[in-house]
Structures are given as C-alpha cells and as structure tokens.
Design a protein around this ligand. Structure first.
Ligand SMILES: [Zn+2]
Ligand SMILES: [Zn+2]
Length: 88
C-alpha cells in the first residue's frame, strides 16, 4: 500500500511543518520524511525501526521488510515481526 500522508483540514498553527513546511508524515505507519519506506507497511512502525529506515538499513516493499545491512548481528526486526504477528 501507499503511505497516507497526514493533512490538516483546519490548521491554525502559524508555522506548521506539515502545512507550511511541506513535511510528509504518514498517518498509518507514523513515519516522517526521511523515515518513509518505499511502501507503507500498513501498521505503526516503532521508532527504532524508523531510525533504521532513516539510516538506510531497512526498507519495506513488495509486502515485506528488506534488511540491507550486511552484519550478522541479531536484527531487531526479528523481534518486531514476532511481536506484531502481522508483518511477514
Ligand atoms: Zn506509511
Ligand atoms: Zn498543519
């Protein structure tokens, strides 16, 4: 699925990062610009995972998480997948 970006219908903030700054924030996964995966996972993404997306280590596309880092350390995504049960 595609990200559903947050829009403010009646924004009264004088300097809103979304309305005036053009910041893209997904209402579904909660990721902001720079943390956005290629496709939206459709569930809220924990801040640790968003940090890894930001760092370019992981991405979500074609219906699954893609780990880009080559290191062999246990990956937090394993725990995340198990915990959530909805992410394949
Ligand atoms: Zn999203
Ligand atoms: Zn706004």
């Amino acid at each position: 699925m595609k990200h559903s970006y947050v829009t403010h219908a009646n924004c009264d903030r004088e300097h809103c990062p979304v309305c005036h700054g053009g910041l893209a924030v997904c209402a579904v996964c909660g990721a902001g610009e720079g943390e956005l995966t290629t496709d939206c996972p459709g569930v809220p993404v924990p801040v640790e995972i968003r940090a890894q997306v930001y760092a370019g280590q992981v991405d979500y596309r074609f219906g699954g998480w893609i780990v880009r880092s080559e290191d062999s350390q246990p990956h937090p995504l394993t725990q995340f997948s198990h915990h959530e049960g909805v992410i394949a």
